[in-house]
Design a protein around this ligand. Structure first.
Ligand code: 5AD
Ligand code: FES
Length: 334
């Protein structure tokens, strides 16, 4: 076996140089994916955890260069769900069997702390775990959401390279992003982060730093996806990330953080029709199907080619359960 993979499998520790050499060398990919699959089985088992994703607003005050929901994009039909709709979608998702809901939106100022607290409290009456994915907030707000019952928070660092971070995120700072992640951990959230793979000028060294950062942060969940250029953003002509490299970053993350949750991301399936299944067999143990009902999901267009745009939550639930069974895995009941 490749020595570095073997070392990662036994000790779950690698230095930057070793990670870069794994990322560079494509002849070891099969071995890397298989080993990540073994480590996943040993530490988190064969169950796949489903999280229902409610996309409750596509309005965003930020201008992340890569994101289709950025404020400057005039081609998006904007929406925000009412409190009643959010609760209705959450209730339906619980009916389909979801035990965890992820409430995601752009950074939409309309949803004040007070409004969100009210929504979280209401959704918590459904006896589900609640994950928030709403971007950067002051610590007091994170605290209020936690007290209202939110259990987890997802906030990708996107890239740990401060220079690239600054280029990709006008008027935002790497420093504040880190502050948010630290606050979330201090408040006792199960904290998820992650990165984009294939941003312009992003190097393999920088991706190795991202992986080391996940380890240092001791995150509970890491979401990794390829960057897919969106025609309505300044990065429309960028090359974008590849499925293979995103899968490699994910697999190495599994080797170094053996017991965390790693989603097979939707962006992976956008680049490969079997993307999520391949990811589940290369280190991932979570899938986040969309539970947004009606026409809204077509409007939550972060990147082009997003899957399941014309499907219903009921259909996706059945579809993904079938896919998971087809690879000999089971959907977790808890
Ligand atoms: N391609 C792939 N993923 C993207 N995201 C934002 N824009 C894109 C894109 N063009 C990811 C970010 C964000 C998550 C919700 O979606 O990493 O954290
Ligand atoms: Fe939505 Fe398969 S998960 S159609």
């Amino acid at each position: 076996m490749n020595e570095i993979i073997e070392k990662a499998k036994c000790f779950h520790k690698l230095d930057k140089e070793e990670i870069v050499s794994l990322l560079k060398n494509n002849s070891i990919n099969k071995e890397l994916f298989q080993t990540a699959d073994e480590v996943r089985r040993k530490y988190v088992g064969d169950e796949v955890h489903l999280r229902g994703l409610v996309e409750f607003s596509n309005i965003c005050k930020q201008n992340c260069l890569y994101c289709g929901l950025q404020k400057n994009n005039g081609n998006v039909e904007r929406y925000r769900l009412s409190e009643e709709e959010i609760f209705d979608f959450a209730q339906k998702a619980v009916g389909y069997g979801y035990k965890t809901l992820v409430m995601q939106s752009g950074e939409d100022g309309y949803f004040s702390t007070e409004k969100l607290v009210k929504i979280i409290k209401k959704v918590k009456t459904l006896d589900v775990a609640v994950t928030m994915s709403i971007g950067e907030c002051p610590k007091e707000d994170y605290k209020a959401f936690k007290e209202a019952g939110a259990n987890r928070f997802l906030l990708r660092i996107e890239t740990t390279d401060p220079v690239l971070y600054a280029k990709m995120h006008p008027n935002m700072s790497h420093e504040n992003r880190m502050r948010c992640l630290k606050d979330l951990q201090e408040l006792g959230y199960e904290t998820g982060t992650g990165c984009l793979v294939g941003l312009p000028e992003q190097t393999l060294e920088s991706l190795a730093d991202d992986i080391l950062f996940f380890k240092e942060l001791n995150a509970d969940m890491i979401g990794i996806g390829p960057f897919i250029p969106n025609q309505d953003t300044p990065l429309k002509d960028a090359e974008g990330g590849t499925f293979e490299l995103a899968l490699k970053v994910m697999a190495i993350t599994r080797l170094l953080l053996p017991d965390i949750n790693i989603p097979a991301t939707t962006a992976m399936e956008t680049l490969d029709p079997k993307g999520r299944l391949i990811a589940l067999q290369s280190g991932a143990n979570v899938v986040m199907p969309n539970v947004t009902e009606g026409d809204y999901r077509k409007k939550y267009l972060i990147y082009p080619g997003k899957i399941c745009l014309n499907d219903t939550p009921a259909h996706c639930r059945g579809c993904i359960t079938g896919k998971i069974s087809s690879i000999g895995r089971t959907v977790s009941k808890d």
